[in-house]
Design a protein around this ligand. Sequence first.
Ligand SMILES: Cc1ncc(COP(=O)(O)O)c(C=O)c1O
Length: 327
Amino acid sequence: MTRPGPAMRQAMADAEVGDDVFREDPTVQRLEERVASMLGKEAGLFVPSGTMGNQLALLVLTQRGDEVLVGEGAHCLWYETSAAAVLGQLQLTTIGRGGFFAPDDITDALHPPADWNPRVTVVAFENTHNRAGGRIWPVAMRRAAIERAKSHSLLCHLDGARLCNASVASGESLPSLCDGFETVSICLSKGLGAPAGSVLVSSRARIAEARRWRKRLGGGMRQSGILAAAGLYALDHHLDRLADDHRNARRLYEALAPHGALVPDSNIVMVDLANGASAEQFCARAKAEGVLASAFGPSRVRLVTHLDVTSADVERAIAVLTKLAAS
Ligand SMILES: Cc1ncc(COP(=O)(O)O)c(C=O)c1O
């Protein structure tokens, strides 16, 4: 939803570019190296979207017919148009509750090695978890789940579309949040405010394979340094300010708690409307008054704070939403 501001647009206009399919775009390379080192991994790959980041990760970690364990409401299961089934011919199985899972949820989902059983090879985590309301994985639970996955020789992917939110909100460093994951994908759009782009990080060998898949899927871009420059600008200028979004989310929650708002961990506030009121209708009425929200269930509304939402906007949203919720 964010729009690039004048300084970001200037950085894009000034970007030094080349043909990235020939690996001649210095700005893309700078972004890939920067994100890889920020997250504590060997190499990075600039991709057009978070969806492509997740899907390339699954493609390089699995073989056709494998089973991938995911948390409830995982983005790669709910919102990626069955890409894992179509592209990787993978079976995705949900484990745990509310987007998180315990070590035993992993162990219980495994099958004896028989010809008729699927082979579980990957566990996919999401942090922060979108559908769960921007929830941050509890550290001990995350580490225990990764450890259990490793003990079964499973590989771990992290959908870190909003990982920077998790880091800023929890104070845990990005490399620590990425520890134990073979692949991690982060989005430069969303809260960081770039117009497009995500980066997938992993080992050099896996990124080389992901690069081939990216080309195969039509994601090899040419002078994409123009977009990468926006990503670099976002990392320079929009990372620390994610704390403002979290404060704004907290303010929304405090005002809307009597109307069903749930405690936010980061920049997403879920509101469970009273008396089974229609979330679709509520969002349509809010939109008519200039407040954008999404229906995330029959009576559940999702509110997101970001770069283009000021604290004054939040106060206006509160006035509109409390009026609608009470009517
Ligand atoms: C957790 C999560 N992962 C991945 C994505 C996909 O990102 P994109 O919309 O860039 O494909 C999203 C988008 O909302 C998301 O919330």
